[in-house]
Design a protein. Structure first.
Length: 135
């Protein structure tokens, strides 16, 4: 069973890996989230790579993606479910284009975390607004 911190990282890794291409931009975003979001302030950042590797290993075990998502849903407290989804969405939106695989994984995460449509829309809108550039 992952810790809440690990579960949040698992969601970001799953989202990044959903299209079989974990880009440098996505990996950098995961690092940025872990370094800067208050939810990670008591997480040992030196563990990030190991946690990501643990997630990748779990994805190849029996149960695969559905099994990991079920464990994540158990590990994330109710009050952090929107934060968990927001972390995953940050990774998917970092390049300002959503691939079909990323959209599908975000749908699975939404379902597993039992998030309502308005919450999901607000998270998506905020992330897109935050990531826009002038050019």
């Amino acid at each position: 069973m992952p810790t809440p911190h690990e579960a949040l990282i698992y969601l970001m890794v799953i989202t990044s890996a959903s299209d079989s291409d974990m880009t440098d931009l996505e990996l950098a975003r995961i690092g940025d989230v872990v370094r800067s979001w208050p939810v990670f302030e008591d997480f040992n950042q030196d563990r990030l790579v190991g946690v990501a590797q643990s997630c990748q290993k779990m994805l190849h075990e029996e149960g695969g993606l559905e099994g990991v998502l079920a464990r994540v849903a158990e590990a994330v407290p109710e009050r952090l479910r929107d934060t968990a989804y927001a972390a995953a969405f940050e990774v998917a939106a970092v390049d300002l284009e959503m691939r079909l695989e990323e959209v599908r994984v975000l749908q699975l995460i939404r379902r597993e975390l039992d998030l309502d449509t308005l919450t999901v829309a607000a998270i998506a809108r905020a992330a897109k607004a935050r990531l826009r550039t002038l050019t």
